[in-house]
Design a protein around this ligand. Structure first.
Ligand SMILES: Nc1ncnc2c1ncn2[C@@H]1O[C@H](COP(=O)(O)OP(=O)(O)OP(=O)(O)O)[C@@H](O)[C@H]1O
Ligand SMILES: [Mg+2]
Length: 175
């Protein structure tokens, strides 16, 4: 079913932490003149938390409040959402979903240089090995709108931007 989105398509950029979501999504939003929304930052700014996870030493996002906060804006369209999960969003929100994938040695180095170590580092690497986010995306959205993108090198990022920008042009021509 085609949805009416006056401000353009809604795009989800997801993937394991460190795969390059924010780097890609920010650049994409700028080049395509779409709104960039980083769910982690949104939760932080609005204090949309419902507790604290002692194991990972981080606050737990209040998903219902995040959804309430975004509902109107998502209805208008024209948003690039950046988050390392995808199953709590309503399926109807997104026109296309991109899952970034990074080869393990590269991801390991990126996360290590961010200061991740021990269980947090291992769990994120496992998440990528088991393609947890890709499966979550395939379970949550129509498989034909879910696309994997390699995110290892700056060239990959340029290719990904080109692909997504041309998809946006096509979307605009048909809506
Ligand atoms: N295509 C790429 N090629 C090389 N390096 C990249 C690429 N994309 C991102 N990076 C680098 O990898 C690191 C992680 O990128 P970024 O912060 O965008 O990841 P993220 O998926 O948003 O992580 P998180 O989920 O923790 O927010 C950064 O240092 C970034 O510069
Ligand atoms: Mg990020």
């Amino acid at each position: 079913m085609a949805t009416d989105r006056p401000c353009g398509p809604n795009i989800l950029i997801t993937g394991t932490p460190g795969t390059g979501k924010s780097t890609l999504a920010e650049e994409l939003a700028q080049r395509a003149s779409l709104n960039y929304i980083n769910i982690g930052d949104l939760a932080k700014e609005g204090n949309l938390y419902e507790g604290f996870d002692p194991q990972y030493n981080c606050p737990i996002i209040d998903e219902d409040r995040v959804l309430d906060e975004l509902e109107d804006q998502m209805g208008q369209g024209g948003n690039v959402i950046d988050y390392h999960g995808c199953e709590f969003f309503p399926e109807r929100w997104f026109d296309i979903v991109f899952v970034l994938r990074t080869d393990n040695p590269i991801l390991y180095t990126r996360l290590e240089s961010r200061g991740y170590n021990g269980k947090k580092l291992e769990d994120n690497i496992q998440c990528e090995i088991f393609q947890t986010i890709l499966e979550e995306a395939r379970d949550s959205y129509k498989t034909e709108i879910v696309h994997e993108l390699a995110s290892n090198t700056p060239d990959d990022m340029e290719d990904n931007l080109d692909k997504i920008l041309s998809w946006i042009e096509q979307w605009k021509n048909t809506h």
